[in-house]
Design a protein. Structure first.
Lengths: 85, 292
């Protein structure tokens, strides 16, 4: 049984870089098994507003539930998602 | 009745005990700071590492027999703990149960403190689907906590933020009719503060159980039973069930219920126009005794 590896390029999307995933959320919306998680990227948090952290990223948190439909890869406007089986 | 209810319940149900909703309890446990800390970065809970484990890649960990036993043991121990919570970044003592409409109404009418009801955006739908849907009913100290966290507060066109009891009951009934599953949660054991309207696969409360066999949520005190004489075979109930507990019997042209899969949410009942379904106490069904 091969493991599915899903990689997001955080130099493009998330961690305060070009795209704030909260403004996009396309990968989250197209994924039927909802394997992604949109969350604060804790490591990169600046102290400015602890109540509403400003820096977020998307983590593929349940890759084993991925059905390889490739919708996220095809529809990510920044080509930031790669999947290897 | 599960062990938990025998120990904590009123009328055999832990969630019908008004004490567990009280301001005094929240004070006694000093939960305000704790929960504010937790909700500031709630969405990041699943990526935090505890004892060497996080939920990331959970499915693959669960395919390894020894690791899966350790993960299940560690996760259930954390979720089911009855010790006061110490670490706001862990889902300690965060366990819930499915509640059908009547019990949810009883909770709202008799247990929830007056004037503290709010409607917030559901965390699970946002963090797993990017959807902002106002369908999480909170109360008690949660209203003060969410006041400070604007990302959870619904835009006026999505929902009113503060609700009266009547409005909360009306909203919850609407959610059930849409097929959302009612669940009641300890925020941190044993303080109760959330009445949720959940959907799989997004709900982070159901997923560990439905996908990985970790008891992150208990099934309801009820289970559905059908009356085949009334069933017209319209299949409405089948599309309503999020757990695949209802099948169609092609020969008899009737709905066929697998009680071992039923979580007792009661949503199928609300969809049936022929009074062919009803809820019965789970503990009365010998084959299901103890299957919560
Ligand atoms: S390939 Fe399909 S199932 Fe897998 S992560 Fe992408 S959208 Fe989800
Ligand atoms: S679809 Fe691409 S750009 Fe949009 S949130 Fe997902 S990874 Fe980021
Ligand atoms: S438990 Fe249910 S309603 Fe509450 S946040 Fe999660 S999915 Fe939403
Ligand atoms: S909704 Fe009622 S009548 Fe229709 S199939 Fe289900 S049980 Fe039968
Ligand atoms: S069969 Fe059980 S789990 Fe499915 S909708 Fe009906 S009550 Fe809920």
């Amino acid at each position: 049984m091969g493991k599915i590896k899903i990689k997001i390029d955080y130099s493009i999307c998330g961690d305060g870089n070009k795209i704030d995933p909260r403004d996009c959320t396309i990968c989250l919306k197209v994924c039927d098994p909802a394997i992604f998680l949109l969350h604060q990227s804790i490591k990169y948090q600046k102290e400015d507003d602890p109540y509403d952290p400003k820096i977020w990223r998307v983590t593929p948190v349940y890759p084993s539930l991925c059905i390889l439909c490739m919708k996220c890869v095809e529809q990510c406007p920044e080509n930031a998602i790669k999947i290897r089986n | 009745m599960c062990d938990h209810c025998l120990k904590h319940g009123t009328a055999g149900k832990w969630y019908l005990n008004a004490k567990l909703y009280s301001e005094e309890l929240a004070k006694e446990l000093d939960l305000k700071e704790f929960m504010l800390e937790q909700y500031k970065t709630f969405e990041a809970m699943q990526v935090r590492n505890f004892g060497g484990f996080s939920a990331v890649g959970m499915g693959y960990k669960m395919q390894l027999p020894i690791i899966s036993r350790i993960v299940k043991y560690t996760a259930e121990k954390m979720l089911h703990t009855e010790k006061p919570s110490r670490n706001p970044f862990k889902a300690e003592g965060h366990i819930g149960q499915v509640v059908p409409l009547d019990d949810a109404i009883a909770i709202l009418e008799t247990c929830v403190p007056e004037d503290s009801l709010i409607m917030k955006y559901c965390m699970c739908r946002y963090m797993h689907k990017g959807e902002k849907e106002a369908c999480c009913i909170n109360f008690g100290i949660m209203s003060e906590i969410i006041d400070k966290l604007p990302r959870f507060i619904p835009e006026p066109e999505d929902s009113k933020y503060r609700l009266t009891k009547e409005e909360a009951i009306e909203k919850f009934t609407e959610f059930n009719k849409k097929g959302y599953i009612g669940t009641i949660w300890y925020g941190a054991y044993p303080y109760i503060n959330n009445l949720c309207a959940c959907q799989t696969p997004m709900c982070a409360g159901f997923r560990p159980r439905t996908e990985f066999g970790i008891k992150s949520i208990f099934k309801a005190e009820y289970v559905v039973e059908n009356n085949p004489n009334n069933c017209q075979g319209c299949k409405k109930c089948i599309t309503m069930c999020q757990f695949g507990a209802i099948d169609f019997d092609e020969k008899a042209k009737r709905a066929l219920i697998d009680q071992s899969k039923c979580y007792g949410c009661g949503n199928c009942l609300l969809a049936c126009r022929f009074e062919a379904l009803n809820l019965v106490a789970r503990k009365e069904i010998p084959a299901l005794a103890g299957n919560y």
